[in-house]
Design a binder for this molecule. Structure first.
Ligand code: GLU
Length: 282
């Protein structure tokens, strides 16, 4: 068995909050239990919302929490050529098609149909059109993908110390998902499966808000010949530890907590990772 490899993969589009802290600390705790390593990956594909100073700030916040990561820290913005190459291979296999639809057009065409994130489901308006001269996204041709990889699909959901559970993902519910945006040659879904594989990630620990996306990720892994890691989708801070936290702790960025004198040990303890130090007890 290769040594377990996990990753914490925040997007530097704002300051880290307690939800991020919880996910990062849980990754560290699970890695310790498995005798594995956690890598830090900065998911900065969005050129508008992600800023270099926020990437630096998140590393500082994690260091303050007591979390350090092996170098090099990967940045997705430096990996565009890899994403482009994967897109080209999917295109050569007829598995993606260009799409020029605006949000408005997608919404109007969808009627009430929704994807698992609650966004309007794309019903294939641009499917079969030639590559246009205007900016376009690239979408997975779900019907073709499923014809090539008909399933059934499966992945292992793990919790340390408990038996693994088999999950049966249903990628079709995502429809023709975006694999490259108009402004960057990838989307979250494509970049995350390529990078998890390239970094040899064996165990993915991330929030329940991404559980449905795993259905699509398993299909992409199959199409691209990549291994499927084991997954643990943790409860979000609002339900898992929220009742133990005061409202202000929940809504403030870690940096703001630090500035008003809250100590890292207290944050860790309030999130369920260790004892509350005596001087912080109320
Ligand atoms: N970058 C994503 C986020 O910040 C997390 C991706 C993942 O863990 O798969 O929500």
């Amino acid at each position: 068995m290769p040594s377990p490899r996990l990753r914490f993969a925040p997007s530097p589009n704002g300051r880290l909050h307690l939800g991020h802290a919880y996910s990062a600390l849980l990754n560290a705790e699970i890695a310790r239990a498995l005798h594995g390593t956690v890598l830090l990956r900065i998911e900065d594909i969005d050129p508008v919302r992600c800023r270099p100073e926020l990437a630096e700030a998140l590393v500082a916040d994690l260091t303050w929490l007591g979390l350090t990561y092996p170098e090099p820290v990967w940045r997705q913005s430096a990996r565009m050529s890899t994403y482009r190459a994967a897109l080209a291979s999917l295109q050569a296999r007829g598995l993606i098609y260009p799409c020029t639809c605006t949000r408005r057009e997608i919404q109007d065409a969808a009627g009430g149909a929704r994807d698992p994130d609650g966004a309007p489901l794309y019903l294939g308006t641009c499917r079969g059109r030639p590559v246009p001269n205007e900016p376009h996204a690239w979408r997975l041709d779900m019907a073709r993908a499923l014809a090539l990889c008909p399933g059934p699909f499966a992945y292992a959901a793990f919790t340390p110390g408990a038996p693994e559970a088999a999950r049966n993902p249903d990628p079709a519910r995502w429809g023709d998902a975006v694999l490259a945006r108009k402004d960057v040659p990838t989307s979250y879904h494509l970049a995350v499966v390529l990078d998890d594989a390239a970094q040899g990630i064996t165990h993915v620990v991330r929030g329940q808000d991404l559980e449905a996306a795993t259905d699509l990720h398993v299909l992409l892994q199959r199409l691209l010949g990549l291994p499927t890691p084991r997954y643990h989708h943790h409860g979000l801070i609002r339900d898992e530890a929220g009742d133990k936290l005061s409202k202000s702790l929940r809504s403030e960025a870690l940096a703001a907590l630090r500035e008003r004198g809250v100590r890292a040990a207290e944050v860790r303890a309030r999130l369920g990772f260790g004892e509350v130090p005596p001087q912080d007890q109320t």
